[in-house]
Structures are given as structure tokens and as C-alpha cells.
Design a protein around this ligand. Sequence first.
Ligand code: BGP
Length: 476
Amino acid sequence: MSIELKRVKKLPKNFVWGGATAAFQVEGATKVDGKGKTMWDDYLKAQGRFAPDPASDFYHLYPEDIRLSKKYGLNAIRVSISWTRIFPDGYGKPVQAGIDYYHRLFKECLDNGIEPYVSLHHFDSPKTLFDDGDWLNRKNIDYFVDYAKFCFDEFKEVKHWFTINELISLAYSQYIQGNFPPNHKFDVTSAIQAEHNELLAHAKVVNLFKDGGYDGKIGLIHVLQPVYPYPDTAENQHAADLSDAFMNAFLLDGTFKGEYTDKTMKLINEILKANDAHLDIEPGDMDILKKASTRNDYFGLNYYQPSFFAAYNGESTNHFNGTGTKGTSSFKFKGVGQAVKNPDIPTTDWDWNIYPDGLYDILKRVSSEYPNSKEIFITENGLGLKEELPENATQDTIINDDKRIDFVDQHLEAILKARNEGVNVNGYFIWSLQDQFSWANGYNKRYGLFFIDFATQKRYIKKSALWYKALADTMK
Ligand code: BGP
């Protein structure tokens, strides 16, 4: 099959060109080798919608996925360590089988010229700690720091670390949207407190890493969701600003300025007041954030979509589209605003806005407002689709996903435009490397370069993998 390069014709030399995964979404094998439960195991079982086993069976099939990654031109992979494979309860005695698995995985990557970028936490808190308040319990921050130190001491072969993936997605999905356990809706106090506590956990780990003189680099990952007023009125602009403070600015300030700026806090306080909510910052917290704020080596930026916001004065209500039935989502947040549909912007079956300019805008903003972000990698971006294996497929069948190619091509164009204008963005990880399950959507929302028949665990190539390879070759 010949692949035509459309918008983006060439990648910059030494561009990090990767695929992303997350432990709980790909590994499967949730009950083997002494692994402890995460906050998801019992929850998914009780929900009965889909099971986390065998997922993409990466625990056993990682050599094949790494082989394919190499074959299709990738030079990097995002993986996360499952905390409970090493410490089943989040603390205590480490499990050798879990440690050995990650050494084998990292070795496989490095032997194949694929650089592992490793997150310590990707939505999978140990159940024991989750039951004890998850990030809302400050004791759990200390357990996280201990676990991080253990990993730094043990996995010396890893040179690229991320502390936590998407602090906002976790806090927001758990306590605002209500589609992650413990399924609270519009529990604003818990959401903002979880954001702060996770920032604190991140900062403590960065300080530990730098003070400990470990060899390698470290940062964290935020998903950024630019918020635009629609239609563009002063009232709607204010709603957009409120939403931005909650989703983006609070976390960016805390990470790269080590303080919540007056502008951000004014907006956050307005939201807290409207929702009878509060945020506790303990003495010393801000010193820890301040110290870490200049010590991140890089910033992992995930981008999927912007939102369009209008003013709203009623009570909070929402409906989450977790089935891919277009047009079924709604979101109205008291004291903030409501998400609205912009008819000029196409959407996915899950009602996600497709808007590459949003990525350009947010890259420019991060680089001008948050210079301490230093170097940026797009650590997730991609398109979820319902895809099927054609009947009579053979191992040579290539699955056509032109839509995904078009999506990534457009976003890559936005990235390279920002880069040409001086934004220090040096890599891209497609979400996702191979098909895997989506936390609140299950197995029918596929993102991979490699298609997985979940019944047989056979891998098939999608056209986007060929396109990925063709672009990789432009770096040579
Ligand atoms: C990010 C997460 C990923 C992944 C992705 C796609 O927020 O870091 O783990 O799931 O989004 O989202 P979804 O699975 O909801 O479509």
C-alpha cells in the first residue's frame, strides 16, 4: 500500500516519535504474580460492562508490540508502572515478580531502540489507598513518594520519568463528571483538593529526584483543554475563564509558577463560593510547589479537544457520553458555565470537538506564560473510533483508518507551526500505540496504530501505522 504524505511532509531531526500506553489499559494479567488490586478492579466487576483482563495482554505480548513499534518507525514509547504490581497495597514489601516484569519490559524497549518514557501513576491508585481517601488523604502522598523513590533506585535504566498522568482528568472524572470511581458528581471541594494534593505529590517527587541527584529527566503530564466562549460575548468569556481556571490554569500555575496566581485564585474562589466548597492549603505546601516549579526538565502535554462555553445560572447537571452515541453529552456546572456545541466544529461519536488550532493556541500559551515548562512533548493525542476487523481478514489485512491519519496530520501541522514560531516542542506520542480499553467507554473506542482482535489477541496493522512509518523515514 503506498502512503501519501498530506500536510506534514517532514519531521524535525531527532523528533521523539512515539506511541502511548497506560499499564491498566494494556497489561491485563491483573491477578497474576502477586499484583494487588487497583481502584478499578472491583469497580469494573460490579459495573459489569467490560473486564480489565486480558486487555491488550501487554504483560505477555509486549515483545510483539515493541517489535511492531520498531518496524513502524517509532523511537519512543510511553508506559506506566502499575504501583500495585510492585506494592500490592501501595506500601510495604515489594513484589519481585512485578519488579522483574518492568526490568524485562524496559530492556526489550532499549534493545530495540525504543526509549521508554515512564509514568509512575496513570489513574490506577492502589485499592487500599483509594479506600482510604485516594489523593484526598495526605498520608497517601507520602506512600507515593516512597514508591517513586523505590522506582528511581531500582529502575536505573529509565532516563525519562513522568510523575502523574493528567491530574485534572482523574480529579474531574472522579468528583465532577462522576464517571470514575468513586463517582461523585460536582463535589467541588474534593476535586480542587485532589488537584492540589496531586500537585503536592508531584512536587515532592520532583524535589526528591533532584535532591537525590538521580540520572535522568523528570516532569509531569497535564491534559490541556482550551476553553473558548461561544458565542463570543463578554458573559460567555467569563464562563470560559472560570472553566479554564478549573481545568488548566490552577494546575499550570501550581506546576510551573509554584503559586496560584491572583488572577487564577479570583476565578477559583468564585467557583468555590458558588458551590459552597473550599480548598485547604497547609503551611509549607506552597514552598514545596515553589521549589519544584523550576526543576521540571520537561512537560508532557496531552491534547484531545477544546471546549466551548457559555454562561449558565442554574444547578449542575451532566450526562456523560460513554457509548459513542453522538449528541448525548451535556454539561452544566453551577457557578462556572455550560458546554455548548459550536456548529462549525466537527465532533467524534463521543462528542469530542475536533479542533487542531486549539493545540496550537495552547502550545503558544504554555510557552509564553509558563517558561518553566522548558521542553514540551505531546504525550497524548489521537482519535477514538469504532473499528472492526473486516470479514475474511488475514494477517496481511491492513485496516483503513484514514480519519485517524487526517486527525493526527492536522494536529501535527499545528505542532510544527508552533515549533517554527519558537515553541520548544520536541516530540509526539500518539494515543494510543495499540488498541486498548478506554476507562469509561470500554473496548469499542479504539485509538491504536495496531488493531487488536481482543478475542484472539492477534495484532493487525492499521494504515496509520504505515503513515507513521513514512513520516519516521523523513527524519533520516
Ligand atoms: C486520557 C488518558 C488515557 C486515555 C485517553 C483517551 O485522558 O490519559 O488513559 O484513556 O485519555 O480517553 P478516553 O479513553 O476517555 O477516550
